[in-house]
Write a protein of this length. Sequence first.
Length: 317
Amino acid sequence: MSVRILIVEDERLIRWSLRQKFEGLGFHVTEVDDGANALRALDAGVYDLIMLDYRLPDMTGLEFADTLRTRHQSIPPFVVMTGVGNERIAVEMMKQGALDYLVKDSDFLHVLPVVLSRVLKELDTERKLEQTTEALREQVERYRALAETLPDTVYLLDAGGKATYINNPKSMLGDMVGKTLEDIFPDDIARRYQQEFDKAASSGEIRRWEAAIPSPAGRVDVENRLVPLRDGSRRVLGVCHDISDRKRMEDEIRTMNERLEERVRERTANLASINRELELFIDAVSHDLRGPLHTMKGFSEALMEDHAGRLDREGQE
């Protein structure tokens, strides 16, 4: 994209000389001869640089800068040109934002390319810095928007352990911005958080642990993660995940297992009792049958001794 330059100069020969220089460098040039026309040109278009003569027919460069700031809130980059060197004027214009101050003497056109090259490099650097800053700002806003949609509480602690950001001030930790860990948690929990914060900030390792913390709704079981930022600032990103439901399910499973084990113990005891009763019953039946069986055996033996000859084979058996 071509650089757009506005020349504000009442001397026609100087305007022509500047135009020749700038167009020879491939720049797009607009020239006017007084402050009023310059203001109208700036109302109608955008310029990358203004070459401003300090003494114009209708106003001074200082008056032009004041008027322009009133109309546009800001002044485009500009270089002041004057026929007479004056340190007071130079200081005043530099305070107004002038990038440089040139005296229109015999060396003016020779010095101009050097000054212009430096000024344009500064403008290019500033433009790139603005673009980078804007890109970073947009990236931060995207991450911020993403963090604000997360169900977890996400917060940022500075090097001193003070919260500088939280994605949801209405979360379980409340609006913690500007508060230290000691301000947020009871003493015992704050000490654990401080220990984990120091370890994360000094070692650069992610720290994880579980805790029960107070909240407006009562004590909440949470899983904590502290993630150190790798920018040398000792800042730490914290993530607090509510695990109350998981803990509740674990407690229910633990209770069910305990009940199941108790029922197994009860059934095992009942089975052992039944086995003991069965053994006693068998012993009793065996004892009760022993006498009659012994009598029957004796009778059978006596019958065989006395009447074996009268019994056929089947009877003997």
